[in-house]
Design a protein. Structure first.
Length: 264
C-alpha cells in the first residue's frame, strides 16, 4: 500500500480535518485570543492530526503489505491466515475474522469432498475386483476353446478381442483411481530392464499382432537395473502401446521399439 493511495482513500477525512482546524482557528480569532496562542493551538492540532494520520497509515501498510506479499509467494494461498498476525485496527480485524470464517468453511467443505472422493474410489476398486470375476470366467472359456482346437474360429477371435478390450479399460480405471494416492500404491524395487521389456512383450504380443504392429526390442549390451514399481511401469508401457494402436496409420509398416540407455 502506497502513501499516495492511502491519502487518496482518506481524502474526505483530510478535508474534514482541515475544515475543523480552520473553524477552530477562526473561533480563536473571533474571541481575540493572543495571535501566538492561536498559532500554537493551530500548530498543535495539525501535529496531532498528522501524527494520528501517519500512525494509522503505517500500521495498515504493514498488515496489508504482509498479507499481499504472503499471498503472492505461497503456493497454497488459502493458508495465508496462518502467516500473519491479527491486526490491531478495526478494519483489519474485520478482514482477519472474515478470512478465518472463510478458511473454516473451506476446510469443512474440502473434508466432505475428500471423504466422498475416498468412498467413491473405494467403491470403484471394489467394483473393478468384482468385474474381474466374470472376466476370469471368460478367460477360462477361452482356454477351453484352445484345448478344443477352436483358437482359429471367428467366435474365439471375437471373444478374445473383446475380453482384452474390457481388461484394458478396467485396468485404466483402476490405475486412474489409484493415481490419486499413487504414493501409497508404489512398491519400489530394483528390477531388470530386460525383464520388464520381456514381460511387456509377452503381455501385449497378441494385441499388437492382431493390430499389425511389430514389437522391436533393442537389447542393451549389458544388463541395466532401475528402481521402479513393476506394475506401474508395465501399465505405462501398455498405455503407449494402446495409443500406438489408436493412432497408427493404415497400410503402413508399424512397430513399437523399446530400448534402454544407461546414462549417468
Amino acid at each position: 500500500m502506497t502513501f499516495a493511495k492511502y491519502v487518496k482513500d482518506r481524502i474526505i477525512n483530510i478535508r474534514l480535518a482541515v475544515f475543523l482546524t480552520a473553524i477552530v482557528c477562526g473561533i480563536l480569532v473571533i474571541f481575540r485570543l493572543n495571535p501566538v496562542a492561536v498559532i500554537l493551538v493551530t500548530g498543535l492540532m495539525i501535529i496531532v492530526l498528522s501524527v494520528s494520520f501517519l500512525i494509522d497509515f503505517f500500521r495498515k501498510k504493514n498488515f496489508y503489505d504482509s498479507l499481499l506479499d504472503n499471498v503472492r509467494r505461497m503456493d497454497k494461498a488459502y493458508l495465508v491466515l496462518e502467516t500473519i498476525e491479527e491486526p490491531q485496527f478495526l478494519e483489519g480485524r474485520i478482514l482477519y475474522d472474515a478470512l478465518f470464517d472463510i478458511d473454516k468453511s473451506m476446510a469443512e467443505n474440502v473434508a466432505v469432498y475428500t471423504k466422498q472422493s475416498k468412498e467413491f474410489a473405494e467403491y470403484i476398486e471394489m467394483w473393478i475386483h468384482e468385474v474381474k470375476l466374470p472376466l476370469s470366467a471368460i478367460s477360462l472359456k477361452l482356454h477351453n476353446l484352445v484345448k478344443q482346437g477352436g483358437e482359429n474360429t471367428e467366435e474365439y477371435k471375437k471373444l478374445l478381442k473383446e475380453t482384452r478390450r474390457i481388461e484394458e479399460y478396467v485396468n485404466q480405471v483402476l490405475y486412474f483411481v489409484r493415481s490419486e494416492n499413487a504414493e501409497k500404491d508404489y512398491h519400489i524395487a530394483r528390477v531388470s530392464i530386460t525383464d520388464i521389456i520381456h514381460e511387456a512383450a509377452m503381455t501385449y504380443r497378441e494385441t499388437m499382432r492382431d493390430n499389425g504392429i511389430d514389437f522391436v526390442i533393442d537389447q542393451p549390451e549389458r544388463e541395466i537395473y532401475v528402481n521402479t514399481d513393476r506394475k506401474w511401469i508395465l501399465f505405462i508401457i501398455g498405455q503407449l502401446i494402446s495409443n500406438s494402436i489408436k493412432y497408427k496409420k493404415d497400410n503402413t509398416d508399424s512397430y513399437v521399439k523399446i530400448y534402454a540407455d544407461n546414462r549417468r
